[in-house]
Design a protein around this ligand. Sequence first.
Ligand code: HEM
Length: 319
Amino acid sequence: MEPSYLLVFTPPHARKLKRLWANDKIMAKDRIGMWHSSLRPISEVLATTIATEARMAASLMRLHYHDCFVQGCDGSLLLDSIGGIVSEKDSIFNGQSVRGFEVIDQIKAHLEKECPGTVSCADILTLAARDSSVLVRRKDSLNASLSGSNSNIPASNDSFEAVLTKFNRHGLDITDLVALSGSHTIGFARCTSFRQRLYNQSGNGRPDMSLEESLAANLRQICPIAGGDENLSALDMITVAKFDNNYFMNLIKNMGLLYSDQVLFSGNDISRELVITYAEDQEAFFQQFAESMIKMGKISPLMGSHGEIRKNCRKTNNP
Ligand code: HEM
């Protein structure tokens, strides 16, 4: 199964590069071509993985986002706590939540066998999320930042202003925020990520009244006031596994699962207009989503002599 969201990531320059890479002669001579041919294992592993578990497409997309928002897109999220490293995997937003590390390990193992030292873990993350800007050639970080992970990633109960501030910090604007939040058209959230809305939104023992009533009642079945922390709800419960613009339609009906989703419609006039545009025009959403993903993938990459290409994504080459 190839999820429809994969089709999003084909901006014109990527198509042009793919045509170039298809030429064997160029591939033999050209380093970029050689580099590209080494990427084949990524698509192969992904195709098999996603065929077995469609959600993994969502999980990998989120991994890339959580990597980019801490020190830039440098693979720091993949490091385990070894030697002096304190892993970002245990941060407030990652612990018990982000998933897909084994898939990245699997891809890396294939790549190291076929073409050692060529493709960084940071680039594997980007490509796994299906960004086409492969020529960035990021390097991997030599460190991780648990505190950065705790402070830079938006929380599901953040206000509109708080979320936008965290995006602005990385050079992403309000359009990027709304478009990238559209990735919540696939994937799932745990009860702990939306419980507060159901029972005690502002600390006064009352639910978030902006949440559509019948949806709130259904969600209380999945997510009781105590217990069931890991119970899952789809982020877009109408078209769960399809990458489409239904997420934005949900917001207009007050059916966003997370508070941070719903504030895109209720918290600011400009973002509200963008939500309406994307709800009415799926192509406009796809176009902006691809652009914003590429922009996000370029947050402070390590280039040239900075960083390294890790042999194993979980540890630096000299731990
Ligand atoms: C705007 C601020 C954002 C907030 C507050 C936010 C928050 C969350 C939360 C709380 C979850 C559920 C986690 C859990 O319960 O374990 C989630 C899931 C997800 N997020 Fe976000 N997110 C944001 C932006 C983004 C962006 C920019 C992307 C990608 C470009 C993204 C992609 C995803 C995906 C695909 C999932 C589902 C993952 C899965 O099913 O494994 N999110 N997000």
